[in-house]
Design a protein around this ligand. Structure first.
Ligand SMILES: Cc1cc2nc3c(=O)[nH]c(=O)nc-3n(C[C@H](O)[C@H](O)[C@H](O)COP(=O)(O)OP(=O)(O)OC[C@H]3O[C@@H](n4cnc5c(N)ncnc54)[C@H](O)[C@@H]3O)c2cc1C
Length: 246
């Protein structure tokens, strides 16, 4: 009987965890060794499948954090309270464990070094993960166009890739929703339209815009960005779930 053609990246592959790094009290970066990994584009994700001893399986998508062209397959997972897969990957997974992955997946929420335009990234919580892949790809290529990050996160302890974000200096703005760092003038709170305007590239510079985070955050940012005159055709968004804005 004829079998349906299968794209290699849609086939489940065995992967070995080779490194687990703590990013915060609730998030870890996991490096995976995937035989025959074809490489990925910044912004893509993989599906991760876990299988229990009784055969029960759970599949969740996770964005790739590593730079395109690096050859590294790294995901960063933040725990969802009570979450089945995220709490296992963050709290229990150790180097040497095996999981299954398929991917890289996604062809729309991606940034390539061939894009000559300025880029504005807008992250809510763990939505910073695919945007960090873009920043790393941009940095390692020495791309001449500006790439800026506006990052909304609950408190300073939850900032992912804190050292790298700090090194971005003028290219990154971190705003806290629940607790601000000591000594900062801004009280904690959701990002306001005025702050988006202040800390992002102007619509007149026609940047490519990528927004990623919980659904409520993404919807709020899309409303603000289009209100500031950004062309909806130049805005790409990825929604992680139903949690309210970080
Ligand atoms: C394209 C894509 C890329 C993603 N990339 C990442 C990533 O890089 N890092 C990362 O940490 N997560 C990422 N996610 C989210 C991830 O896929 C899971 O949804 C998340 O880890 C929760 O899975 P879980 O099994 O732990 O929770 P579940 O057991 O599925 O859910 C537990 C409870 O939490 C609720 N819930 C589920 N998901 C969420 C959520 N996202 N927000 C709020 N409540 C939720 C459920 O309704 C349920 O009540 C991505 C999602 C998508 C669609």
């Amino acid at each position: 009987m004829a079998r349906a053609a299968t794209l290699p990246r849609l086939t489940w592959q065995s992967a070995t965890l080779t490194q687990v790094r703590r990013e915060s009290s609730t998030a870890s970066t996991l490096r995976l060794d995937v035989a025959g990994w074809p490489g990925h584009r910044a912004g893509q994700h993989v599906d991760v499948r876990l299988t229990a001893a009784d055969g029960y399986t759970a599949v969740r998508p996770y964005s790739l954090a590593s730079a395109a062209g690096s050859g590294l397959v790294e995901i960063t997972v933040a725990t969802t309270p009570g979450g089945e897969v995220s709490t296992y990957l963050v709290n229990d997974a150790v180097a040497g464990n095996h999981v299954e992955v398929r991917g890289p997946l996604g062809s729309w929420f991606v940034w390539d070094v061939s894009d000559p335009d300025p880029v504005q990234l807008v992250a809510g919580g763990s939505g910073v993960v695919p945007l960090m892949s873009m920043l790393r790809t941009h940095g390692s290529a020495g791309h001449p166009a500006p790439m800026r990050l506006l990052y909304s996160v609950s408190d300073p302890e939850q900032v992912l890739y804190a050292d790298e974000v700090e090194q971005l200096a003028h290219a990154a703005t971190v705003l806290h929703t629940r607790h601000s760092p000591p000594g900062t003038a801004r009280p904690p709170g959701r990002v306001t339209p005025a702050e988006v305007e202040e800390h992002t590239l102007p619509a007149t510079s026609r940047p490519s815009v990528f927004v990623c985070g919980p659904t409520g955050f993404v919807e709020a940012m899309l409303t603000v960005l289009t209100g500031l005159g950004h062309d909806p055709e130049r805005i790409r968004a990825e929604r992680y779930g139903e949690r309210s804005s970080p």
